[in-house]
Write a protein that binds this ligand. Sequence first.
Ligand code: MN
Length: 348
Amino acid sequence: MSDLSNFDPNSVGLKSNNIFGLPFSEDQAELVLLPVPWEVTVSYRAGTANGPEKIFNAAMQVDLYDPDVQDGWKKGFHMLPVDGDIRAKSDHFREQAAGIIAAMMDGESVEDNKLLKGQLDEINSAAQSMIDWVYEKTKGLLMKGKKTGLVGGDHSTPLGFIKALSEVHNGFGILQIDAHADLRVAYEGFTYSHASIMYNVLQQIPEVKKLVQVGIRDYCNEELDIINQSNGRIATFFDKDIKAQQYEGVTWKEICKQVVDELPQKVYISFDIDGLDPKLCPNTGTPVPGGFETEQIFYLIKMLHQSGRQIIGFDLNEVSGGDETGDSIDAIVGARVLFKLCNYMVAG
Ligand SMILES: [Mn+2]
C-alpha cells in the first residue's frame, strides 16, 4: 500500500503519477492494468492501438469519488507502460492486413496469390506471438497475486489473458458487452481477428463454461448458428430484443437480472466500447447504431456485484483516440468505464 498522507484525492491529477493520477507503483497496487496497443485486423477504421495512451491521458480528469464503490482507488491501481515493440509490430502488420483486406474487397483470392498468402501467414503468426506475450505478462501478474485488467487495442487482444485466467480458475463465465457477436471463424482469413475473439475463446478454453453476450446487433448467419447450436453455452441478449422488452414495459432492472442469472459465480467482463451507443464512441473501429448509455451498463455491473458474483478479470477494448490531438469522447468515456471496472474488481 502506498503512503497516501501527502496525496490529495480532491486535487488535480498529477501527470507524474500513474493512471487516474494515482500514486501507486506496480508493487503497491492491488490491481494492475496491462495495455495492449494492437489493432492488426481492424477491418474498418484504425485508431484503437492508441486506446491505452488516450485512456491514460483522459483518466487524469476522472474524479476519484465513486458513490457505488467508495474508496476503491485506495487499494491501488497501476497501468504498466505501453510496450513500444508490440505497438511497432501492430503498425507494421496492420498495413499488410489493410492490403489484404483491400484485395479481398476487389474480389481477389488471397489463397491463390502467393505474396498475399505469405503476408496472411505472417500476420497470423505475429498475432499468435502477441497472444503468447499477453499470456506471459498476465500469468506473471496473476502469479504475483495481482488483480488484473487488460486495456486494448482491438478485441483480439484478451485471448492470452483469458487463457491465463483459465489456469487459475476452474470454471467461469464471460459477460461480453458488444455490438458484435465476435463468433466469426477466422474473419477475412485472420485466425486471430477482432471479430473472432469469442469463437477462439470457446474453441480453446473449455474452462469458459458460459458466454453471456449483451447488446449484440451486428452478426451473420454463421454466428447465429453457433449461438443456436451451443447447447446453452452461449446466451445472447440481442439489442433488438432488449429494446423490445423495454418498449413493452419490462424494466432495465428486470433485464439486468435475466443477464446476471445466466452467469456462473465467477465472471470475466469483456467490454467492447462499441456495445455502447456510438455517440459515446464515435471513433471506434466498427460503430453500430443502437446500444447503451454508460449508466445502464454500470447498473448491470452493480447488479452483478450485488448478486455476490466475483469479477475475476476484465478487458476494455476498441476505444479509439481518433485523430483529435486532445482527448476524444471515446477516450473520455473509456476512462470512466475503466475506472468503474477497476472499482468493482477491488470491491469487497
Ligand atoms: Mn468486439
